[in-house]
Design a protein around this ligand. Structure first.
Ligand code: MN
Length: 182
């Protein structure tokens, strides 16, 4: 077996263990791990990404934000490159939710190419998920606001991957969200 394949399996297994008690917010309470695996799959199958470090970071992208995982742990298991990407896509949980959302918009343009890829695929996965099923307790207005906020983050990620950006733009257009000027 190629070492890249073994590495990806090890990474998926690590993420599955870390997220094992978590569920998504959808009505079906989908296992959380479906999300990071889906994000990595978007990068591989739709965006054409073959860089294992990026696919690993996609698998791990929510472990620090949403579980007890530390950046040091990520580095010890998967090296400093993967750690750096995960660090770039992790929200600062000491900030209030509104502030974190604002920071995502502000930080997006300053991220590395690899982190931008993970962010684009993460947003695409989440928006498709919202189109598929509205989480319990979410109003249509809240869904629309989520799309609008996402479009502002994606605006700062432009010039990274044409396929992902085009696919995201289609979702924004469906929601009648105007294209923003640079
Ligand atoms: Mn995510």
């Amino acid at each position: 077996m190629g070492s890249d394949v073994a590495l990806l399996l090890q990474t998926a297994n690590f993420a599955a263990e870390k997220h094992k008690r978590q569920r998504r917010k959808d009505v079906e309470k989908t296992p959380y791990i479906n999300h990071p695996i889906g994000v990595a799959t978007i990068l591989s199958q739709e965006a054409g990404i073959t860089d294992v470090v990026v696919l690993q970071a996609a698998l791990l992208h929510d472990t620090v934000e949403d579980t007890n995982t530390t950046f040091l742990e990520i580095e010890e298991h998967f090296g400093p490159e993967v750690r750096k990407i995960v660090e770039e896509v992790t929200d600062d949980k000491t900030l209030a939710k509104m502030e974190r959302k604002k920071q995502q918009i502000e930080h997006a343009p300053h991220c590395s190419y690899n982190a931008k890829l993970v962010k684009l695929a993460d947003k695409l996965y989440n928006l498709r998920d919202l189109n598929r099923s509205i989480p319990k307790g979410w109003s249509e207005l809240r869904v629309q606001e989520y799309f609008r906020w996402s479009s502002e983050v994606v605006n700062g990620l432009r010039g990274t991957n044409a396929v992902l950006e085009k696919t995201l733009q289609q979702l924004f257009t469906e929601r009648r969200i105007p294209v923003q000027a640079d």
